[in-house]
Design a protein around this ligand. Structure first.
Ligand code: SF4
Ligand code: SF4
Length: 295
């Protein structure tokens, strides 16, 4: 039986989808749980991380994620408005008053600091989320980490970037030997998706054999073409046929690595927060096949 092996070329696999609800997390979690080499599972869906509901990690470490945003010292500011004129994101606004800062719009370019001739602007940390890391799996063999966006914040990419930078095990070079990283990416094709998939060796797009599934997959594929990242497909909930996706994949030269049947037992396991390969014995072979297919 083919399984994950230590000599695979693919070291970082992102599991993504053009929209939510396609079974992306199911694939990420079950791929991790059926690995026969050391894996890290990173939940980069920071607006709604839910891998933890299935793998039930023991969290050992939590750290805040902050970005630097401007703060204006009113006593130094002469209300010239240069900073607001410079900011193309509307993150600092001056209406003939001390500038107002909107931290969630700030891209941290630092331009406003440089244009302020009065040195009235300084950088202050702005907390946007948290990173939690620990272990999961039957023998605590899986390194796990997830990012979580704070309520009311709108800055997922810095959390995702830090989560990927601070991969668990990164500080321990021997432990890195042969480790495969599985990233549960945010759905969609916007900035958080791009942050999660950037630098990956393979993006597995999970989709369904429906017109909606095809539409959202096409959007994701177009984004990934711009990033020049290798793509593979997993077709989930296959009942009558999957031609609508397989024909598109053929035209785009995207390999279809796995088709997951529309199985009520899989849906029930998911809705109860259970690992599919634990709850449905014959599903383990599906993910073993997926491991074998990944280059
Ligand atoms: S550039 Fe400096 S001095 Fe001018 S409005 Fe902005 S903070 Fe005030
Ligand atoms: S750091 Fe850049 S994006 Fe942020 S407020 Fe200043 S100019 Fe705007």
């Amino acid at each position: 039986m083919s399984m994950a092996t230590g000599n695979k070329k693919t070291r970082i696999i992102a599991i993504a989808s053009g929209k939510g609800g396609t079974g992306k997390t199911t694939v990420a979690v079950n791929l991790a749980m059926t690995a026969t080499v050391p894996v890290r599972l990173l939940d980069c869906d920071v607006e709604e991380p839910n891998c933890h509901l299935f793998v039930k990690p023991v969290i050992h470490k939590k750290s805040d994620v902050c970005v630097l945003v401007p703060e204006v010292d009113e006593s130094l500011c002469n209300v010239c408005g240069e900073c607001a004129d410079f900011c193309r994101f509307g993150a600092i606004v001056s209406l003939k008053t001390k500038p107002l800062v909107f931290p969630d719009l700030c891209h941290g370019c630092g331009g406003c600091f440089h244009v302020c001739s009065r040195e009235a602007i300084r950088e202050v940390p702005y907390e946007v989320g948290v990173i939690e890391s620990g272990m999961c799996g039957k023998n605590s063999q899986i390194l796990f980490a997830q990012g979580r966006l704070n309520v009311g914040r709108a800055k997922s990419p810095p959390i995702i970037r830090q989560l990927k930078r601070e991969l668990p095990g990164q500080s321990d070079p021997p432990a890195r030997q042969g480790i495969i990283t599985i990233i549960d990416a945010p759905p969609g094709t916007s900035c958080p998706f791009v942050s999660a998939v950037s630098g990956c060796d393979l993006v597995l797009l999970v989709t369904e054999p429906t017109p909606f599934g095809l539409h959202d997959m096409k959007l994701a594929v177009e984004s990934l073409k711009q990033l020049a990242l290798p793509v593979g497909a997993v077709i989930n909930r296959v009942a009558g046929g999957s031609e609508i996706i397989t024909q598109y994949c053929q035209s785009e030269k995207i390999p279809v690595y796995l088709e997951i049947p529309d199985d009520r037992r899989i849906a029930e396991a998911y809705s109860c927060g259970r690992i599919v390969t634990d709850a449905v014995a014959d599903s383990k072979g599906l993910f073993e096949r997926l491991w074998a297919a990944i280059p």
